[in-house]
Design a protein around this ligand. Structure first.
Ligand code: PLP
Length: 366
């Protein structure tokens, strides 16, 4: 069998080629290349599917997080409790505001931020909690909403990996004070470059975020705040809108592929990803845990099967954050998860034939 792509972005394009090409050309012909109707339409459509009152398009998911924190008034000296088992941008956005990321450990089953440990780390300087819905599965938002209420903290959802996922009957991104999305190409709803969005039900947060993302300006050449330039291009918005029409179906295909892996791999020593009852998991990634991950990854690679390591090194031990003073052993569950994390190919275009081959090889080498 020829090499299986880890995620097949080209197959996504091929499935939608006629519509994506038409959307691209529509923007090229429009003569309007910043802001405008495509961006507004995407904001309105995403607001509907996430049950959010407001959606603010920005340049990427990292900016969405940073601008959300700033719009919530989080700045120098403030502490934000989050997970070390995530992409670096989660913590980077906190540091960029001059605030301090405080890492709490994760739940062993789901690899999402552990509510009990997060609560233990609350101090007089804590201003917000920022759970990440990791790999497409919602964190325990009942528990985090309860903690945020009791301590008067802001609750921000890093939903960059989980558009379309739910917690109970609520779409992620709309449960806390604000939620952040990324349209990086490999995300479940990805564009053809960078993009991001801020979701909120609070008009004042949306207004502030929009202002800050547009050079602090409402009226051209008049500036009421120091902001940044963080916009989503209309050409990206138009193409993301095409893909949005497939998001539900593609997330369903991911779920079916995950079930197929679960069934095929149930007798192997791999610890398969746990799906919580209340969480509608959308399998951005299919991540198992296996201590022999490096050896297995090399053997699979030799047979044309790529695997992923999300994440090889936890955030609390990253060199860039050494000044925070964490040391190995501080977050044992996070560190064990990093050491054993083992991701198999996952995308809506993964075929049964490819999965059968992957499953057979994993069984053979474990
Ligand atoms: C992708 C991602 C981001 C950052 O998004 P960009 O659009 O790449 O800036 C932030 N947090 C998490 C959990 C992500 O997966």
């Amino acid at each position: 069998m020829k090499t299986i792509p880890f995620i097949d972005l080209r197959a996504q394009y091929v499935e939608l080629k006629a519509d994506i090409d038409a959307a691209f050309l529509r923007v090229m012909e429009s003569g309007e290349y910043i802001a405008g109707p495509e961006v507004e339409a995407l904001e309105a459509e995403i607001a509907i599917i996430t049950s959010s009152k407001h959606a603010v398009a920005v340049a990427n998911g990292t900016d969405a997080l940073a601008l959300t924190l700033e719009s919530l008034g989080i700045g120098p000296g403030d502490e934000v409790i989050t997970t070390g088992f995530t992409f670096f941008a989660t913590a980077e956005a906190i540091v960029r505001q001059g605030a301090v990321p405080v890492f709490a450990d994760i739940d062993k089953q789901t690899c999402n931020l552990c509510p009990e440990d997060a609560e233990r780390r609350i101090s007089s300087r804590t201003k917000a909690i920022m759970p990440v819905h990791i790999f497409g599965q919602a964190a325990d938002m009942d528990a985090f909403a309860d903690i945020a209420n009791r301590y008067g903290l802001k609750l921000i959802e890093d939903a960059c990996q989980s558009i379309g996922a739910t917690f109970g009957d609520r779409p992620v991104g709309s449960i806390g004070d604000a939620g952040c999305l990324s349209f990086f190409p490999t995300k479940n709803l990805g564009g053809y470059g960078d993009g991001g969005m801020i979701l909120t039900n609070d008009g004042s947060i949306a207004d502030r975020a929009r202002l800050l993302a547009r050079h602090g300006s409402r009226k051209k050449y008049y500036h009421e705040a120091i902001g940044v330039n963080s916009r989503l291009d209309p050409v990206q918005a138009a193409m993301i809108r095409v893909k949005l029409s497939r998001l539900g179906e593609w997330n369903d295909r991911r779920k079916r592929a995950a079930e197929y892996y679960n069934n095929g791999l149930k007798d192997t020593p791999l610890r398969l990803p746990a799906a919580m009852d209340k969480a509608g998991h959308v399998y951005h990634l299919y991540v198992a845990q296996y201590e022999g991950r490096h050896e297995l990854a090399n053997k699979l690679k030799a047979h044309g099967i790529p695997t992923g390591h999300y994440y090889p090194w936890p955030l609390h031990l990253q060199k860039a954050l050494a000044y925070l003073g964490y040391k190995p052993g501080d977050l044992p569950v996070t560190e064990e998860a990093c050491a054993a994390s083992f991701a198999l190919p996952m995308s809506p275009h993964l075929t049964r034939e490819q999965q059968d081959y992957i499953i057979a090889k994993v069984i053979e080498y474990t």
